[in-house]
Design a protein around this ligand. Sequence first.
Ligand code: ACO
Length: 274
Amino acid sequence: MDFGRFSQRIPAIAINRGFQWSTKRMYHLKELVTNRRSSASASCATMEYKQIEMEDCDQVLEHLRRSFFADEPLNKSAGLCQNGSSCIALEAHCVEAIKDRMSLMAVDAKVEGCCKIAGVVLNGILRPGNAAKSLKKLDSTSDADFRKIFELLHGHSLKYNLFEHFAVGSIFDVRILSVDSGYRGQGIANELVKQSVAVAKANGFRLMKADATGIFSQKIFRSHGFEVFSEQPYDKYTDKHGKVILPVEAPHIKMQQLYKRICEGDKDDKEQPH
Ligand code: ACO
């Protein structure tokens, strides 16, 4: 597998394409996340939270192939990937988010000599029209399993349109939340979501969203002040013969589109005073 192919393919100029970053905004992100240590639990006291740069892409994708690609409830139900294997369409989706330069990773500082990624949150900028464009693009995707998943997600975004409801021009979109199976249950996902809220605030977003596909991610987002905007029960996502397209395993029964409004001076609900 050629881990370098994405970072090589993307010209440097394309990295900021999605968003007009001012020097001040980049400063906000660095200041917020570089070398911050988790206060979430004693067991991840050596975890460092950092912005994901384009040069981290290969390692982030390697982490995702071993975690999110196989374990996320919809991917698992579609049989999208075996643990460790690649999925070109999903990798391209991840790289798109990383290009917006608001994604974060938790790195285990205890593992010497290498950058051991324990978890990532990939955040991207969503604009009106993006979901329709992405849905159309699926027509040319040869990966039928990827199409099943993303027809559900993009179709839902189009039907339950946050832009119309909240009258915003851009949304901070929490697209991928993933923690390595060896690091789960230590508060890493909680910390990644908490820091994402801080990044969204620092960069002037008024609205965040997340399509949470399992009961645990739904709980995590709700605990950070996200609210349910719309839901899609998996047993109601059927083909023209009434057959369930994605037979997602219990306890996950529905996808939730969650949102969080950001107001000046808000505190993240879970944030504890240091
Ligand atoms: N069983 C019971 N509770 C759980 C579980 C579980 N398997 N996983 C998380 N939780 C609860 C925790 O108890 C905790 O609750 P608390 O805050 O009240 O103590 C809360 O969820 C957060 O737990 P964390 O330790 O921060 O979560 P973790 O670091 O283990 O990561 C995650 C959770 C991201 C869901 C991980 O299991 C994972 O990577 N799963 C596969 C990929 C996936 O499903 N990602 C989410 C898809 S939605 C999206 O990406 C936008």
